[in-house]
Design a protein around this ligand. Structure first.
Ligand code: PRT
Ligand code: MG
Length: 220
């Protein structure tokens, strides 16, 4: 494949990347909400977009299924620290989109600070087991991690866990479930990632794209 393949996930990353691509001269011709196609054409015959799960973007780019991708820092760091990480992704540009933060949340009646002070073992449910493990290890807090794939907010409400580690943006999901944010771990935004081999072999094609995207980010 001599052209350029760009991996995006549907939803907020696709929606927020579109204007940046447009500013860089790339217009996606197919609407993912209207079509079931997973490969989308653009106005440039040598550039295509593939739609993958948000957490699969690093895998696609690492193994060359795509040359370029856009993924949240949460997904990228969790992937890097995991068993299939391998550290083979370049991360040249923070697109400053899909901003949120990774935080610890508990029920209002759970005294998190006291549990930390007393050195209690805290049961933490999360999709981000690697990031959570690192965070609590750095703090010297003992945790039992419980891996979940979604609806983390339910865990403290059902007694499955004392706390969750999850993404927060407006805070309304926590509020709707009577949970409180007790610790901010990491500010998150989405980054452009590159396959390192493509970055070398397709340098002439990728460099101008990178420059225009950078200009588009700065112009906002
Ligand atoms: O759905 P799928 O399993 O395929 O993947 P995904 O859920 O990771 O994809 P998607 O599109 O939901 O998220 C992609 C990326 O968007 C994430 O990796 C983050 O980097 C970024 N992002 C930004 C967010 C949010 N903001 C966000 N608020 N991802 C998820 N949320 C969720 C959060 O998990 C919680 O359930 O929204 C809820 C909290 O939002 P507030 O506004 O109520 O606080
Ligand atoms: Mg989602």
């Amino acid at each position: 494949m001599s052209g350029l393949t760009l991996a995006l996930s549907k939803g907020r990353i696709f929606d927020d990347t579109l204007p940046l691509l447009k500013a860089a001269g790339i217009e996606v011709l197919d609407d993912p909400e209207k079509s079931r196609a997973l490969i989308l054409r653009t106005n440039l015959p040598d550039v295509r977009v593939v739609l993958v799960r948000a957490s699969d973007v690093p895998t696609y780019v690492q193994h060359g299924g795509a040359d370029v991708g856009v993924a949240g820092l949460d997904v990228l760091l969790e992937h890097e620290a995991g068993p299939y990480g391998g550290g083979a992704l370049l991360r040249p540009l923070d697109l400053q989109i899909a901003r949120c933060r990774l935080s610890v949340a508990t029920r209002a009646d759970f005294d998190y600070q006291a549990a930390v002070r007393q050195g209690a073992r805290i049961r933490v449910a999360t999709k981000y087991t690697q990031l959570a493990r690192q965070h609590f290890a750095d703090k010297g807090v003992h945790v039992d991690l419980i891996k979940l794939y979604g609806s983390m907010e339910l865990a403290p409400l059902t007694g499955l866990a004392d706390a969750i580690v999850d993404l927060v943006s407006t805070g309304s999901t926590l509020k709707a479930n009577d949970l409180v944010e007790v610790e901010k771990i990491l500010p998150i935004s989405s980054h452009l990632v590159l396959n390192p081999v493509a970055a070398k072999l397709k340098r002439e094609r990728i460099r101008p794209l990178l420059n225009s995207l950078q200009a588009a980010v700065q112009a906002r």
